[in-house]
Design a protein. Sequence first.
Length: 258
Amino acid sequence: MSGGDHIRATGGARAVVFLHGIGAGAEMFAPQIADLGRRCDAIGWNLPGYGGHDLDGEMTFDGLVAALLAFLDRLHFARVDLVGHSIGGMLAQAFVARHPERVRTLVLSATTAAFGSRDGSFQKQFVIERLAPLDAGRTMPDLAAEFVPGLVGSRAVPEAADQARAAMSEVPEATYRAAIRCLATFDARDALPLIPVPVLLIAGGEDRNAPAPTMRRMADKIPAARVVELEGIGHLAPLECPDAFTGEIRSFLKDTDR
């Protein structure tokens, strides 16, 4: 199932590529890849800096888009279904805006179309606050212990929090710093009406980072979009309710099979 900068399960021709969030690598999608890989070519791509995939300098959305395009070319994928979670969902939006011909459908999980305020003040404060513990000498396991409980909803499976803590603890500090700074630059609000493919938005009913009302407003601006809200779920649906999350994607892929 491993492949250097990605994990993969191949059981069909349709390629489904998963893009993870800041606090974990592609392994966060292991249940989805194992399930969908029985009938699709399911791939979890490690963003630069994750899963042993080298981070070379600053992380930017332009650079991530270029790296994802190169990855798809290397695997000879002409068109893919993109599943993006959190910052991975932002990358998915940026990618389809630049390379719409390479995308069949989008699944956007726990993400937004922009981060922060238009004047940039919120973003600056966010970066300072998120990196302050590391600047003070704390470790990634320390951050995981602090942040993960606030990311998990009341109906999460019991093992979700431990899995999330373990995954975040393994993220290199330099990668986390680069990803936080990258996240704070994102604004694709004007591109939502231009998304030319079917889109499924999956929101956690208890997600405070990408609230369901925010995702519903996104859907209203996308020509072919629908929203699913998972009750009692926080920001980490792939881990919190893996079966339900996989089922929503499976149904969406079936509905858009063409």
